[in-house]
Design a protein around this ligand. Structure first.
Ligand code: BGC
Length: 455
């Protein structure tokens, strides 16, 4: 079994490193996920059994330390995380930090897979969407029902989040926030200097990018990493085809929609955006791209609202130094992702710390303190927007309206649209096309094939 685990992990990772997959590789990847799942299930069975034997009421020791695995390593992210760390420390818990750099969590999830298969998972882990459900299905996650009932989570967590916080009716995750991905961040000084009004349509946006480029600025700050390319893709899909097209293509994974002329146009628009990116974009971290806008080297960045945390950390003021608007053509639609903390079934002695952490992240005061720094909005529906800036208020309003109008969708790029295997297959195609490996016609075909193979 251990042998299988190693093979599965190493093979899955090496396929990722080689980058773009053909159909066979995707099939192989799928097989390896199945293998990995089987290996993990076995490991879960053994460690849970061991944990169960220790659970003697009243006799267990209390371990006040808690290891937290996360990918919040940029300036804004670290400042937000510090709010949680301080909260737990004030309650007498010791925070053991396990940061795994890499936006979007790709690297963090790889590390988690190896630690869990080695029988050594961290007590608490930052996690997104379908990954939560996958780990729950494998039996690794602690049940938080008691706490959820005591604190009445059911009444205050929106349904869209509960879909990922609960597995088979049981609470298995504590949501920290709601982010959304269809945003553009802009340097206000550059816009004023070039007389650029906030673009509301795709054509206006292209005209604005053209103007910034012609004036010698980097028009679009971007980091060439698959998850960043996919983050842009979320918005371009909606902007080109509308909200129902996004749903059919990236959530329902409908083959005809994936192969449609509209999808061809999506890839053409992606190629157009590529023409506004500077030559050094490859591999650049997202927060460095945000810095380019903050420092006035670049005009725009298309990124989730965690970018706001970077502007705040740099002391920038919304409406004065920077503005944010929905990806032109996506107004009224929100592609969301919610960071949640899951508690792994580790030694009983860690239960108190895990419980304290889950309770802390759901407390209304923490929700305000954390989310005003992070750039996200609260995961609870009963928190006032009074402490939030103009962009945070807009984020909360957009979210509530999209939820009411049926235009709130999980972000594909951030693990809330489709399970990891499908998401990664889409990443590969979007990135290959963005890097000029092939044109729009082939990208459409590759996309449909990759999705079919990964399902
Ligand atoms: C997470 C954010 C994080 C961003 C960049 C997203 O997937 O939800 O919390 O700031 O990745 O790392």
């Amino acid at each position: 079994m251990i042998y299988n685990n190693k093979i599965a992990i190493i093979a899955v990772n090496s396929i990722k490193i080689t980058g773009y997959c053909d159909k066979q590789e995707v099939g192989m990847k799928k097989l390896l996920y199945v293998l990995l799942a089987a290996a993990l299930l076995f490991a879960a069975g053994t460690s849970l059994f061991a944990g169960g034997q220790k659970a003697v009421e009243g006799e267990e020791e209390v371990d006040k330390s808690i290891e937290v695995l996360h990918w919040w390593t940029s300036g804004g992210e670290a400042a937000a995380l510090n709010v949680l760390k301080k909260d737990l420390e004030a309650q007498g818990f010791e925070w053991i930090d396990s940061p795994i750099a890499g936006g979007g969590g790709t690297q963090a999830m790889t590390v988690l897979r190896s630690r869990a298969t080695a029988g050594n998972p961290p007590a608490a882990v930052q996690m997104l969407g379908f990954d939560i459900l996958d780990w729950a299905e494998l039996g690794f996650l602690a049940n938080l029902n008691d706490l959820a009932a005591k604190e009445n989570w059911d009444a205050v967590i929106p349904e869209a989040l509960k879909k990922f916080s609960k597995y088979e009716g049981n609470w298995i995750a504590a949501p920290v926030n709601v982010h959304s991905t269809n945003w553009v961040w802009a340097n206000k000084k550059i816009l004023d200097e070039l007389n650029i009004a906030e673009p509301t349509t795709w054509n206006e946006y292209i005209a604005a990018l053209d103007k910034a480029q012609a004036a010698g600025y980097i028009a679009l700050a971007h980091g060439g990493q698959a998850w960043q390319d996919a983050t842009i893709f979320d918005g371009v899909v909606i902007s080109t085809g509308g909200p129902q097209f996004y749903k059919k293509a990236l959530i329902d994974l409908d083959q005809n929609t994936l192969k449609s002329d509209t999808m061809l146009e999506v890839f053409k628009r992606m190629a157009k955006l590529r023409s506004y990116v500077d030559d050094n974009f490859s591999g650049r971290d997202w927060n460095l791209a945000s810095s380019m806008v903050i420092e006035g080297k670049a005009a725009f960045q298309m990124m989730g609202d965690w970018a706001k945390g970077e502007f705040f950390a740099a002391g920038k003021v919304p409406g004065v130094d920077f503005i944010a608007f929905r990806t032109p053509g996506t107004q009224g639609t929100v592609t969301f992702n919610s960071d949640q903390f899951v508690m792994f079934k580790v030694d009983e002695s860690k239960r108190a710390a895990q419980r304290a952490m889950a309770s802390a992240v759901l407390s209304p005061t923490f929700q305000v303190a954390f989310n005003t720094v992070k750039g996200s909005v609260p995961a609870r529906t009963d928190v006032s927007d009074a402490e939030f800036t103009i962009i945070g208020k807009k984020g909360m309003k957009d979210l509530a309206e999209a939820n009411k109008n049926g235009t709130l969708f999980g972000s594909l790029a951030h693990r809330h649209g489709a399970p990891a295997a499908v998401m990664e297959a889409i990443y590969d195609v979007v990135t290959a096309h963005f890097n000029g490996e092939y044109g729009a016609e082939r990208a459409v075909q590759e996309l449909a094939n990759a999705v079919a193979a990964a399902q």
